[in-house]
Design a protein around this ligand. Structure first.
Ligand SMILES: *Cc1c(COP(=O)(O)O)cnc(C)c1O
Length: 437
């Protein structure tokens, strides 16, 4: 499979280059030349398959021309070493729990898959300089990428995160690892971190001196494997009820929109999703676009659902591309909702009291959007993108009850924080990389 850039001046790029480069040279995002469609038989029997097996079928359609079948199978099995259960929460609303991976957030899937794929492609290259992975994080990306890449040979990871704006538990997951993981604490916002990383990829001098790539959802190997669990959501819902599966609406708490875009691609591969809902916090640039047809990125604001604090969602370019830049087509497929912090807290409380289910602040946006947007006869699945204990201080303030940290998280918090302060200034970042990478 070959790939083109959403800016259309770069085309027919091999997957190995797409994964190693991250962003296209014209600053666009890579897209597959075509989207393979799975036969009806696959969907008919999907509920009889294990997660890993159905994910492998999907992976083979997407990556089978470029990665040896045995290796691809290993990548899938290695990535999906944890379950993604579908749990009923309230009437016709289900939670797809994506938080049973090593860092308790959905990004474990993409990060683990990408680390295996990148390592596979760099081993096949003649160039044996190490690859530097730059990743901007508002919390969860950093931990998932750092843990996914920890100890992978030939790869050095730099995690840039906004000082004081990630929860202590999140911070501990990428600042305590050491080895090939370096945490850079930026005196600025998440958007500043993302801008630093973007500028680095566009800087000629830097790219001549160093091999740089991105592990944000701009990277195909990070965002595309997220399609796997949409198929599994359908498979599990079908097992519960054929009627529910035939009327499935998927709601995605969104920030950079990589997760949602993977779902849109799953639908183009034939997955019977009736429609999508994008749930936002106060950073509702996408909702504004749906309502007005105008895309107006703006500075992000901090909210309780901090992994969704994104003012200029990078995968918007992919969504436009998938629907031929038609606002009408996009609005037909996706609707939007937004919730402020008070509403997020109210939802967490109400859901806990009415159903017993514990939502995290991101999942709360997803759950509430289904409550508000689900039509009669529809069945809603929201992606529960992180374990509530990752935000235990917030959760305790909202609920007045203790949220127990799973053992996996306790281990991280025991480590010593190691991070380097960095101003939100590209010249400083560049000279740091040139000196240290
Ligand atoms: C990253 C993240 C999101 C947003 O996902 P995108 O793919 O950037 O839209 C939502 N919730 C949590 C917990 C996250 O970590």
């Amino acid at each position: 499979m070959l790939y083109y850039s959403t800016n259309k001046t770069v085309k027919d790029v091999a997957l190995s280059d797409v994964v190693i480069k991250g962003l296209a040279e014209d600053n666009g995002l890579f897209m597959p030349n075509y989207i393979p469609v799975l036969p009806d038989m696959f969907y008919k029997n999907i509920d009889k398959q294990e997660f890993r097996d159905l994910a492998y079928t999907v992976a083979y359609m997407l990556f089978g021309e470029d990665v040896h079948a045995n290796v691809l199978k290993m990548m899938v099995n290695d990535t999906l070493s944890f379950d993604v259960p579908l749990v009923g929460v309230s009437d016709r609303i289900y939670s797809l729990e994506l938080f049973h991976g090593p860092t308790l957030a959905f990004k474990d899937v993409g990060a683990r898959f990408m680390s295996r794929m990148l390592s596979y492609f760099i081993q096949r290259e003649d160039d044996n300089r190490k690859v530097n992975v730059l990743v901007a994080t508002s919390g969860d990306t950093g931990s998932a990428v750092a843990n996914g890449f920890l100890g992978v040979e030939g790869i050095q990871v730099y995690v840039l995160y906004p000082k004081g704006q990630v929860s202590p538990v999140q911070e501990s997951q990428f600042t305590t690892l050491g080895r090939n993981i370096t945490a850079l604490e930026v005196d600025g916002s998440f958007d500043d971190c993302q801008a630093l990383v973007k500028s680095a990829f566009l800087d000629k001098e830097l790219n001549e001196a160093l091999k740089l790539t991105s592990a944000n959802s701009i990277n195909v190997a990070r965002f595309l494997p997220q399609a796997f669990y949409y198929f599994y959501a359908y498979a599990q819902l079908k097992k519960i009820s054929e009627e529910a599966a035939a009327n499935m609406v998927i709601c995605v708490p969104s920030g950079n929109f990589g997760n949602l875009t993977a779902g849109l691609i799953a639908k183009k591969m034939g997955l019977p999703v009736k429609r999508f809902i994008a749930a936002n916090n106060r950073n509702d640039i996408f909702l504004q676009y749906l309502q007005t047809g105008e895309y107006q990125p703006r500075a992000s604001v901090s909210t309780l659902a901090n992994a969704m604090d994104v003012g200029n969602p990078s995968n918007f370019a992919r969504i436009l591309d998938l629907y031929g830049h038609s606002h009408e087509a996009i609005s037909k497929e996706i609707s939007g909702y937004r919730y402020d912090d008070t509403q997020i807290a109210d939802t967490i409380r109400a859901c806990r009291h009415e159903t017993g289910y514990l939502l995290d602040p991101h999942g709360a946006c997803g759950y509430q959007a289904l409550k508000d947007g689900l039509l009669e006869g529809e069945y809603g699945v929201f992606l529960e993108t992180a374990h509530p204990a990752k935000f235990n201080e917030t959760m305790e303030q909202i609920l007045g009850e203790e949220v127990v940290l799973p053992d996996k998280l306790v281990e991280f918090t025991k480590g010593t924080k190691q991070s380097l302060p960095l101003p939100a200034d590209f010249a400083a970042f560049k000279s740091y990389l040139l000196k240290n990478a």
